[in-house]
Design a binder for this molecule. Sequence first.
Ligand code: ADP
Ligand code: MG
Length: 304
Amino acid sequence: ATMPPLLAAIANAGRHGVLVKSAVVMEQLGATSQVALDKTGTLTRGTPQLAEIRLVAGTRFSSDEILALAASAEHPSEHPLGTAIVAAARERGLRLKPVDSFTATAGSGVTAVVDGLKVRIGTPAAFLPDATFNARPAAQAGRTALVEVQDLRGAGATAVVVLIDGDPVAVLGIFDEVRSEAAEAVEELARLTGKTPVLLTGDNAVTAKQVASAVGITDLRADLLPDGKVAAVQELQGAGERVTVVGDGINDAPALAVAQAGIAMGGAGSDLTLQTADAIVVRDDLSTIPAVIALSRRARRVVI
Ligand code: ADP
Ligand code: MG
């Protein structure tokens, strides 16, 4: 007996490096009318590098002290930015310290207690306003931090702020390379669906625009929390689109769940995201996305 076309397509997708979890998903993929792509870890390689530590004026901590505290706080984190901070501390030979009360907030950052100090690391949008408008010394520090944030973003970095006991002490500049295959994959997806993919990111608009323009995307939504990604997908669905979402992070899991098809980039993907996804890219290559959509289209033609 010959294998049913959708099962043959699943086997074929596997050879391309994509694990499709069911025949229903294999079929859904071909009906995609619009693709939504996450930025960090999806359009970019997801192995960001810490390039700069800008101290906020007046801080009593040295840059090594701040990096050691930040890396200790990030150690339990699954986020690529956390991994970058830990790797940078290790490269400098800094010793990580035990942490208490670690919490991660998807799409904004982490908080932990290290050496009795409350260390927070994350997106300026979530972490700067409080500190900027609280006490007076913090307000001054906050302004300086804001200038550093803008400067680093202008250079294409993701700017992450470090706060100790509520005061911004440093801004970290982290760079993530755009995948070499991303522009071609975007073009191929546009050809297959008739629409250029959209970019959904929790990162800021300045950095997001640089990545978008590098890969040929014009429609981008930045500063999105996980719920914001869901709302953006639902908006497209409300306009009649059948949406495939591609993402890697825990912050992408809710959007993957509401999409007609959710695909996780497997490399550094979080467990929750891998479980939620309908398909997993195990070969670390974005060109597998248009490839599986095309495979599904072919199988559907055979089925019908
Ligand atoms: P994306 O949607 O592009 O994958 P995320 O939603 O994962 O981005 O993250 C959005 C922003 O939240 C990051 O740019 C960063 O500023 C902040 N952030 C999230 N997690 C962390 C973390 N563990 N350490 C530092 N910053 C973080
Ligand atoms: Mg991501």
